[in-house]
Design a protein around this ligand. Sequence first.
Ligand SMILES: NC(=O)c1ccc[n+]([C@@H]2O[C@H](COP(=O)([O-])OP(=O)(O)OC[C@H]3O[C@@H](n4cnc5c(N)ncnc54)[C@H](OP(=O)(O)O)[C@@H]3O)[C@@H](O)[C@H]2O)c1
Length: 293
Amino acid sequence: MKTVLVTGANGQLGMCIKEVAKSYQHIEFIYTNSSQLDITDKNLASSYFSDKNIDYCINCAAYTAVDKAEEDTENAYNINVNGVQNLAEICKENNTILIHISTDFVFDGTSKTPYKETDTPNPKSVYGETKLKGEKQIQLTTDKYFIIRTSWLYSEYGNNFMKTMLRLGEKLPKLGVVNDQQGTPTYAKDLAKIILQFIEATNLDFGIYHYSNEGETTWYGFAKEIFEQSKFTNLELNAVTSVEYKTAAQRPSYSVLNTSKIKKRVNTTIPNWKESLKIALKNYNSAKNYEKN
Ligand SMILES: NC(=O)c1ccc[n+]([C@@H]2O[C@H](COP(=O)([O-])OP(=O)(O)OC[C@H]3O[C@@H](n4cnc5c(N)ncnc54)[C@H](OP(=O)(O)O)[C@@H]3O)[C@@H](O)[C@H]2O)c1
């Protein structure tokens, strides 16, 4: 039986992996949150590996507050660079395969076509810089790694754009959303399914892979679809520019990922983002109704 350790398991991707893993009864999953396994504490993290034969470590632990990272740089580096380096070293020492999640924010957004794994990163934010450095630490430390870069993650869990829009849409009569950043929303549960397919596949090359849902839109387009599918008819939604809606961190104006490599290697098709949004909204609403009852 394969054993898989999941770090940061209480984050949104970790929660999605927990759900999807229910249909993988032939694999033993060990879930750890930040207080049980702090990736910045190498000795503590090491102790999780010493008495178990861990075949795979899925690292869902990360500093993900993109704007806060511009000021809270030390913490972002500590988690996304030093913490990831610790995991890579421990994985190497224990012959464990590391599956690490990275981001479209490693790119500067100047491309006009979807970013391939071989394109040169050039992050424009502290968050993007720390995630890229984390990737590099892995590549310098171990050969047995999969780095999966993804974009615009959302789900029924944690804090994300879909949930923020629904919350604001219920409270406000009108809303302005940025319409000059192009990317692809990705349902975290779809990503979780792909990650578990990586564990099942035996013929995959180690390295970097890009995964997002199919299609592309802007944050405004994403918001419009959320409200249309949720039948918010009275809300006034306005498109604004990044100059009008200032944020501490600069975001790429274009960060669509080319997913050809992952589709070919894992031999899978990827759902379109609008189809996945339908499923996510349904799951979110049934979770909300369940909480109410
Ligand atoms: N969200 C997006 O839009 C997006 C887009 C592209 C890529 N990604 C990448 O996808 C991955 C998953 O993101 P997500 O949305 O699931 O993030 P998330 O919901 O913020 O979850 C991150 C988890 O990491 C944990 N964590 C933080 N510091 C830790 C530490 N020192 N040791 C152990 N755990 C720690 C957090 O626990 P606490 O809450 O207890 O601190 C949290 O549960 C990340 O690598 C992220 O960079 C995300």
